[in-house]
Design a protein around this ligand. Structure first.
Ligand code: 5RP
Length: 220
């Protein structure tokens, strides 16, 4: 079984009947959602809260009942992917551009499960550029302010146009060197007025499920 499917399906073991479940975004979360769809088809009752439009569409195609975000106060378990994780379970997320909704969902989640291939693990974050969601107004000012934090920011493109998030914002991918203090960096990035949110998820993950490279699973 491919590692993404292995960890995606394993993560669904944290879901109990009648839970409210946050549904992540990306190619690893896809396998968890497919498994949840199968569980629902077999009569297992859960309600989902999607972290992106793409995930909402996938969940609806699988007949997973969804809650309107306005009615959600707390989520029991969220299963989501990551682009990089360190030994303290800090994450870089947003490779798929869904970081804002993902972080909002994570912030009201009781038990946050991250699923990621083992080669996304590292001692210190920073190989992956930190995605930063930026409001379109005065984006040039915002990118200069990001640059002043010591990174090389680049607006993400899609089909030769600027990538637009589900929230109608842009993403600046900010390549830092080693991120020695992700908590401090999160606060610094978010103090820039044109920044909506950034893809550093510090102290949020409860467990990271990854593969061991030999067909087995590791949980940290
Ligand atoms: C989307 C995300 C994804 O969870 C992250 O990019 C990992 O994706 P994949 O499982 O496809 O590698 O944060 O915004």
């Amino acid at each position: 079984m491919n590692p993404k499917q292995l960890v995606g399906e394993k993560a669904t073991e944290y879901i109990k009947e009648n839970m409210i479940v946050g549904l992540g975004t990306g190619s690893t979360a896809y396998f968890a959602i497919m498994k949840i769809g199968e569980m629902v088809k077999n009569g297992f009752r859960i309600t989902g809260v999607p972290t992106s439009k793409a995930t909402e569409d996938l969940a609806l195609s699988l007949n997973i009942p969804l809650l309107n975000i306005a009615d959600v106060k707390k989520i029991d378990v969220t299963i989501d992917g990551a682009d990089e994780y360190d030994t303290h379970k800090n994450l870089i997320k947003g490779g798929g551009g869904a970081l804002l909704r993902e972080k909002i969902i994570a912030s009201i989640t009781e038990f946050y499960v991250i699923i990621a291939d083992k080669d996304k693990g590292c001692d210190i974050l920073g190989d992956f550029a930190v995605p930063v969601e930026v409001t379109p107004f005065a984006k040039e000012i915002t990118i200069n302010q990001l640059k002043a934090l010591g990174c090389e920011p680049k607006f993400r493109q899609k089909d030769a146009e600027l990538f637009i998030t589900d929230n109608q914002n842009y993403i600046a991918d900010c390549k830092f060197k080693e991120i020695k203090n992700p908590k401090e960096l999160t606060a610094m990035i978010n103090s820039i007025p044109g920044v909506v949110e950034n893809g550093l998820f510090v102290g949020m993950a409860d467990v990271i499920i990854s593969d061991d490279g030999e067909g087995g699973i590791i949980e940290i």
